[in-house]
Design a protein around this ligand. Sequence first.
Ligand SMILES: C[S@@+](CC[C@H](N)C(=O)[O-])C[C@H]1O[C@@H](n2cnc3c(N)ncnc32)[C@H](O)[C@@H]1O
Length: 361
Amino acid sequence: MIGPNNSATAELRAKFAAALGEGHQSEWLAAFATVPRHLFTPTFYRQDDQGRWQGVSEGDTGYLETVYSDTALTTQLDERGIPTSSSSEPQLMLTMLNALDTEVGHTVYELGTGTGYNAALLASRLGSDNVVSVDVDPDLVHLARERLAKSQYRPLVFAGDGAEGYPARAPYDRIIATAGLRCIPPALLEQAREGSVIVAPIGFGVARVTVSNNGEATGRFISTPAHFVPRRTPSKAPDFAGLESQPAEETTVPAKDVLNRLKFPMSLALPGYNSCSWRDDDGNLTSVGLWTEDGSTASAHVEGKVRQIGPQRLWDTVEELALIFPAGAPAREDFGLTITPGSQRVWYHEPNGPSWPLPTE
Ligand SMILES: C[S@@+](CC[C@H](N)C(=O)[O-])C[C@H]1O[C@@H](n2cnc3c(N)ncnc32)[C@H](O)[C@@H]1O
């Protein structure tokens, strides 16, 4: 039996925390050295060469070494094999915890309990009574509660839509989201104390905003890329069949740009967008597809032919972004976020620079 006090895991954990902290100081490193990640991830899934998911559990070769390394662990898959929960990369977790800028005694609300590991790190440093964590999936909440209790942590963990917060314990000094969001949920802004810091994945980045008063908040994105499991919301399927009946338009934006250099600005300008690609038998890209939760769909062929359908003309947005960012991938830290009551806007370089509205729920 592998236990939290087992000296082999304690040694692995100490090395793991030291490697995470290499080059910088952080008060969170003690939590990483203390909390037994393996108790929160008794099984995770890894893709083989063919893309098939394989479970890896305690006792499997390399299990403990992977758990105590800077690796994101997929812990839940839906019926299509799409990850719906994971324990994020520890280095990214550390970056987000550092960005929260907590002090002992602060209260923290977490959206996205998942395995409960981050809630345990928060409880380890701030005390269980100061931590509230919520996940939309009641099965995950049940498991996280059990595993937290086994590790001697008892934060308040419950099932629900994390975007609604938990007013009974508000206001919070700090708020962290570990599911991908399309905006900072208004209820969380209402439940944040004046001066509180909110750290949340938005698009393919992580925003850090400071809440002033009257529902206002502002801040920047941190430089680290992030691809979080998205917050679960109802959405429409893409309409690739409907595209067939649409006229082909010309574009000069290379289809491949939406798969790499424009990805981050697209994730802000088209919140929650999805993409796919088609390749020929030699693996060369032939087309890309884009869609958003309202069913808007676009496809672009590498030879410059585009088709679009639905309430939003997605490729028009891609063309606008390609004009603003004519070459290279813009740095995340050059983007910011300004929130006023009723509006949320991401901007490039300065609040008066190019900007894109985020949905407000
Ligand atoms: C990357 S995982 C969270 C990792 C977690 N903090 C940990 O330490 O294991 C994202 C989680 O967000 C949850 N989630 C998705 N939509 C949500 C919502 N609307 N409210 C709360 N949680 C949500 C998913 O069920 C998933 O467990």
